[in-house]
Design a protein around this ligand. Structure first.
Ligand SMILES: Cc1cc2nc3c(=O)[nH]c(=O)nc-3n(C[C@H](O)[C@H](O)[C@H](O)COP(=O)(O)O)c2cc1C
Length: 269
């Protein structure tokens, strides 16, 4: 099966457990996403890399500030160091391209200073959100572009497991912070990942105001079916798993991020 090529009639039932509203549609490819953690080894040529990066930079950016940047890590030794810092996730070693997306206030700070302005506003939580949102928008545009030509991706939130270690390996200056990693590569055809269920639209897109209550039974049931298909325990439900993930131990040490952010000049006010 060639992934990222399916039409609505294949992806919609997997997302929602219901029949697709049409067998195919020009938007087909936007429903084909799944994280890809095993790659074929085929390289992504420099010309294509340049186009993919242009797609990322074409994302909207708050007030045209471009408050993000990314370190593209090609050096195998650097990859190895990062793979270890993110809990030995092999996709970081094996991806054709690995990027560390940064909140980047360094250029903005220099711009303000060059005109005699104080860049103290960069220390506000607001500006951390601006750069994190900008970086996420750019990364996801890159992912959509990549998937449209058959390249898979996997985000690496574990880049935040050890912010000091990441800052040291990537030599990050004050005013920058490693937000998340992104692996890109052509999928290994022998291990195609499945399209994962999402909640029903009425559970996510609220009409005019936020509703009272929420019944997780539909999503728990469909995710349990998915876990069983993937060889995981079906009786450990999505609410059980997500509930554990949001405990303090479930944050895997990331409950101490504030100090690491403040050391780099973020979220001080
Ligand atoms: C910001 C972010 C960080 C993530 N971090 C990791 C990670 O460190 N390792 C990993 O294997 N997957 C990671 N993922 C992938 C999610 O687990 C995945 O998107 C989710 O389970 C839904 O599955 P799907 O992408 O296949 O639809 C991350 C996703 C996002 C958006």
């Amino acid at each position: 099966m060639e992934i990222f090529n399916e039409n609505l009639s294949e992806t919609w039932p997997k997302r929602y457990g219901t029949e697709a509203p049409a067998s195919s549609h020009p938007l087909d490819r936007f429903l084909t996403h799944r994280s890809v953690r095993k790659y074929s080894g085929k390289p992504i040529e420099p010309e294509l890399r340049e186009l993919l990066f242009a797609a990322a930079q074409s994302a909207a950016t708050s007030s045209n500030l471009s408050a993000w940047s990314a370190v593209v890590v090609d050096d195998p030794d650097q990859r190895e160091k990062l793979a270890k810092l993110v809990g030995n996730q092999s996709q970081v070693r094996e991806a054709a391209i690995f990027l560390a997306f940064l909140a980047d206030h360094a250029k903005l700070s220099a711009s303000a200073k060059s005109h005699g302005e104080s860049p103290a506003g960069l220390e506000a939580v607001e500006m951390l959100l601006v750069s994190a949102i900008d970086a996420a928008l750019a990364a996801e545009r890159l992912v959509c572009a990549a998937e449209s030509i058959g390249i898979g991706s996997c985000y690496i939130g574990s880049l935040r497991n050890d912010p000091a270690g990441v800052a040291e390996v990537l030599q990050l200056p004050h005013g920058t912070f490693g937000l998340f990693g992104l692996c890109l590569g052509y999928p290994d055809p022998s291990a195609p990942p499945s399209v994962k269920p999402r909640m029903q639209q009425v559970e996510v897109f609220h009409q005019d105001v936020y509703p009272d209550g929420w019944d997780p039974s539909d999503y728990n049931r469909r995710m349990s079916e998915f876990y069983l298909e993937e060889g995981m325990k079906g009786d450990v439900t999505w609410t059980m798993r997500s509930g554990k993930r949001v405990t303090l131990p479930g944050l895997n040490g990331r409950d101490t991020l504030l100090a690491a952010l403040q050391k780099q000049g973020f979220a001080l006010l």
